[in-house]
Write a protein that binds this ligand. Sequence first.
Ligand code: NAD
Ligand code: UGA
Length: 459
Amino acid sequence: MKFAKNILCIGAGYVGGPTMAVIAAKCPDCKVTVVDVNEERIRRWNSDDLPIFEPGLLDVVRSARGHNLFFSAAVAEGIQAADIIFVSVNTPTKTFGHGAGMASDLQYWEKTAHEIVAHSDRAKIIVEKSTLPVRTAEAMERILQENKKGIHFEVISNPEFLSEGSAVNDLLKPDRVLIGSRQTESGRKAAQEIVAIFAHWVAPEKIITANLWSAELSKLVANAFLAQRISSINAVSALCEKTDADVAEISFAVGSDQRIGPRFLNASIGFGGSCFKKDILNLVYICRSYGLNEVADYWQAVIAINEYQQERFVRKIIREMFNTIVGKKIVLLGFAFKANTGDTRESPGIHVARKLLDERARLVISDPQALENARKDLAGLDGSVEYEPDPYRAAVDAQGLAVITEWESFKKLDFKKIFASMRKPAFVFDGRNILDHQKLFNIGFNVYPLGKPSLTHFK
Ligand code: NAD
Ligand code: UGA
């Protein structure tokens, strides 16, 4: 079959895989190929055991795979055949050299730019899907225009706003699609080609076009604003614990103001995930590099509160369990950075587990999807860690439960049965405020919610 467009995506990760699956499902006139250097990942994308857990994703992949959606490790061939190339490689925080711990590590992104030049023999549109520092497109253009073949590459910024755990829905019904381009004739024309892809299923008023730098920077700013809301409510949760105010009541009251809105006001043990921290650090780094130190300090505080919140949760566990947890069995209910994903990147669970192990607690980790990643995250640490998918088995002889992830299944557990199998006094630390605290207290637990008065049986 002859397709109208050949679309390639370099990077078959949490963004590249789902995004391209939805584009393929919605654009049957386009051939969509996703390539990756990680052959094992590609093998799994070609099976029913997908490399990432994402509700609804397998159905979308199956609907298009083999028709107009292909996963392959042949990067060079993919580049050659493509009209439009989305670049969705990882852009983690740099861990070495200048800017370590702050700046984006652009080595994977730059490698793809060189590969595109090497394997292209005609004009192509290059779409930045990865989250990148503002003005990266300029560097991309420089590398691409260095080619001696006289080929013109137009660089477009199309940042991705999906959230893990709801990626398919977010892609099918996005709040907006943002497409940034050079404000030249060829830039606008290329932007319209990308608009045409999304117009297959996204309403025109939700497809925003902008200049390249606004599009790149909007992505960092959107993540910074979302993370800032969580740090704001988490900061308030600490004050609630001192004043017997209830952070959930505050979220509701404050979020009822239409100007503020109710979402992203759930107090937690802190935000995790591969992007919030990385993208704010990147924003801070960019601000400092322009000499905007006050602006940098402002955003840095969002991360400082996030670290404080995770540390506060650990300290509370130790303090309330009589200032020693040596040899005590504590169950971490959840390890993923949020519900409905197996992703543990930057999960607060990693920090909590490390600190509890430092205090020589015995840990049992129970998570419906994230145990494979948890094992990797905690590999090599000293101390006792077990991985048990069944929360009932995990809780036998334990003294404490700590909720790390807001899985629905945890709300439905039979806590009477769990309490009966635990050592006494039994403690619950609800880092997500998802459990029925009064009910747990009535069963006999000593209960420590977040940002709410604790419920204990101690006199
Ligand atoms: P990921 O690590 O899951 O996937 C990136 C993939 O790129 C990996 O499989 C890696 O092997 C591959 N890769 C790296 N270099 C390559 C090369 N030269 N050729 C071919 N493949 C190569 O990362 P992700 O979570 O999908 O994130 C990708 C980008 O999207 C990042 O910039 C991230 O900030 C951004 N983003 C992520 C999310 C999210 O929810 N995870 C949401 C929005 C934006
Ligand atoms: C986030 C953004 O929501 C996406 O728009 C963005 O595309 C993505 O980052 C990215 O750039 O990678 P994601 O990290 O997948 O998506 O998940 P979120 O739902 O934003 O949750 C992030 C963290 O904040 C989780 O640990 C979650 O538990 C926590 N959170 C969220 C709270 O603690 N409280 C809340 O009210 C909401």
